[in-house]
Every structure is written in C-alpha cells, then in structure tokens.
Design a protein around this ligand. Structure first.
Ligand SMILES: [Zn+2]
Length: 67
C-alpha cells in the first residue's frame, strides 16, 4: 500500500502540512479536497504571500495544525 499523501485537488502537487492546516482553517475541518498554496491563493483571490503570512500568524497562536 502506498503511503497516503495529500495532493492538490486542482494541480496534483503535494500539499505539505502547513498548507493542509491552512486548508482546514480556511475551508473547514472536514474538507475532503485539499489545495496547494498557489491553487488555494487563486481560489481565495489572495496571494501566496498572504497565505504564508496567515500560516505564520496561526503558528504564533500555537495552532497544532501547523509545524
Ligand atoms: Zn495546486
């Protein structure tokens, strides 16, 4: 059995832990589709830099979804 890796629903790129956490934060804990940072940014109409800033913000809050 291949190890399950989350892949971007749109482009198939691997979605890392922080991007995964951000998906859950922004789209809901129970989402079944995940997006990589660039597709997520595009979907939300923001820039990747904005998302990275968000991740940093959540990390500072001590959110366990991010490393
Ligand atoms: Zn993508």
């Amino acid at each position: 059995m291949p190890k399950k890796v989350e892949q971007c629903f749109e482009c198939g790129q691997m979605v890392d832990k922080n991007a995964l956490g951000l998906n859950k934060k922004l789209l809901g804990e129970n989402v079944s589709k995940f997006f990589c940072l660039s597709c997520l940014a595009e979907n939300l109409g923001v820039s990747v830099e904005d998302l990275i800033a968000k991740i940093e913000e959540f990390k500072r809050e001590g959110c366990k979804l991010f490393s």
